[in-house]
Design a binder for this molecule. Structure first.
Ligand SMILES: Cc1cc2nc3c(=O)[nH]c(=O)nc-3n(C[C@H](O)[C@H](O)[C@H](O)COP(=O)(O)O)c2cc1C
Ligand code: SF4
Length: 445
């Protein structure tokens, strides 16, 4: 299992003194300066007080900066702010700090090292959409994180920094309980399971009011834009998706961990931030467990942005890259992840109840070299049928992972079907795959 090192001073980052940028780190600048998590006084020394930009110019600045969501779908944040602000009824802000993707640690790291940047982002989002309520949702299992956030919120409350109090909520931690409609449903008194949409949360969310759901990194980026402006924001990163981004680099790299890098850097350059590959790679998993396997020779030169990866049929997702060494078995790794995804659906829709477990079972048989020809054809057919049939995107993500594995590891597929499992299938798993049974009905509240 990968361990994450957040104590190293990372290469290719630079501290520029009084304010973050123009090159290197921005979100983690305070951390690189002091080497410890920022309390409120560190934070204010570094970034100054909360800017007082009025709502409309604030929304314009975010739009001009070209900020896109860092929770997985890369939706334009400025457009979402505008839509929620124009909605019927008083708006609500909901910060998504759940980070249920097991391969990702960026949100946990950010909330630990720079909690006030996220909390500033929430306060500014409240102003930008005219909200009168703010919620921060995190995983119930992360007790240390909850303790730290409660302390940070208490510090701010004493100084009356926030326009409305931010309510911290501890939710059940399953893969799909961090999907936006699941968060809204839980805050409305139901289970943390996705609900059928429309209406989407931005139309009718918490207490049936227009609700801005944003990832915590997105909100921290918003706090930087409000301070330094869109032109400064665009000085880093790719023109089509500017700024920096947090990435979790793991698998066969020397120093797995969370790094900050300009958007648009090549995948190979990002892996070099983590000390580079430990050995020759066969493939890279791009985007996380909802992501895509790409052959290493295609992945390494690719630009890590939505448009850069779209050419290869992939996307940055929640900023995860997993380097797969040649000696590892991509089919065994994928089978383990599909098993996890199958156990972690909310078991409400057909693809989650039947399709995904069936695909996971066949994939496990393929990895073990026990899948006959008829069953292999059935697996290919079922993978194609999963996407677009659930109330949420859970089956779509699993389908993408399975389809790209069959394509990228085509030679291994042929070997496993003909001769049985390869030597790599006996290697310990590179990917973190939480164990545990399908959650019972009472485990969603
Ligand atoms: C199954 C599933 C799990 C998700 N998990 C997360 C998560 O852990 N954190 C997150 O920010 N977004 C997650 N999302 C995306 C959210 O639904 C939502 O789009 C996001 O929080 C919006 O924030 P953004 O625009 O800042 O990216 C998930 C989506 C799906 C379909
Ligand atoms: S697709 Fe699965 S996770 Fe999504 S709503 Fe349906 S049952 Fe729930």
């Amino acid at each position: 299992m990968t361990t994450f090192d957040t104590t190293r001073r990372l290469p290719l980052t630079r501290d520029d003194g009084a304010r973050p940028g123009p090159h290197g780190t921005r979100l983690l600048a305070g951390w690189f300066t002091t080497g410890h998590a920022a309390d409120l006084s560190d934070h204010r020394d570094r970034y100054g007080p909360l800017p007082q930009t009025p709502p409309a110019p604030l929304r314009d600045a975010v739009e001009e900066a070209g900020l896109t969501g860092r929770g997985g779908a890369a939706f334009p944040t400025g457009r979402k702010l505008r839509t929620v602000a124009a909605g019927r009824g008083r708006a609500v802000v909901l910060a998504n700090g759940m980070e249920s993707e097991p391969a990702s640690r960026k949100d946990e790291t950010l909330l630990h090292l720079a909690p006030h940047l996220v909390l500033d982002g929430i306060a500014l989002a409240v102003r930008a959409v005219g909200a009168d309520a703010a919620h921060l949702c995190v995983a119930r299992t992360r007790t240390e994180q909850v303790r730290e956030l409660r302390a940070a919120l208490a510090e701010r409350a004493r100084l009356r920094l926030d326009p409305v109090p931010v309510r911290l909520h501890e939710l059940p931690h399953h893969y799909v309980s961090s999907e936006e409609s699941a968060l809204v449903n839980w805050l409305n008194g139901g289970d943390a399971r996705p609900t059928a949409t429309p209406p989407r949360p931005f139309e009718k969310g918490v207490a049936k009011r227009p609700t801005l759901v944003d990832n915590v990194e997105t909100l921290a980026q918003l706090a930087l834009i409000a301070r330094y402006g869109p032109a400064w924001y665009r000085e880093e990163g790719a023109a089509e998706a500017p700024g920096t981004t947090l990435v979790t680099l793991t698998g066969g790299v020397h120093h797995p961990g969370v790094y900050e890098a300009p958007t648009g850097a090549a995948v190979g350059a990002l892996l070099d931030l983590a000390g580079g590959p430990t050995e020759r790679l066969s493939a890279v998993l791009v985007g996380g467990y909802f992501g895509s396997w790409l052959p290493a020779d295609a992945a390494l030169p690719a630009r890590f942005t939505g448009p850069g990866l779209a050419e290869l049929g992939a996307g940055p997702g929640a900023g995860v890259l997993v380097a797969l060494p040649e000696r590892a078995c991509g089919l065994a790794e994928t089978a383990a992840v599909l098993g996890f995804l199958a156990r972690n659906g909310a078991q409400q829709c057909g693809p989650c109840r039947f399709g995904l477990p069936a695909v996971a079972e066949d994939f496990a048989a393929l990895a073990a070299g026990r899948l006959d020809d008829a069953s292999y054809e059935r697996l290919e057919r079922r993978v194609g049928l999963l996407a677009g049939r659930g109330a949420c995107r859970h089956p779509d993500g699993a389908s993408r992972l399975a389809a790209t594995a069959l394509r990228t590891f085509a030679q291994d597929v042929a070997w496993h079907r003909r001769f049985g499992p390869c030597a790599g299938a006996a290697e310990p798993s590179l990917l973190t795959v939480p164990q545990g049974a399908v959650p019972g009905p009472e485990e969603w509240r």
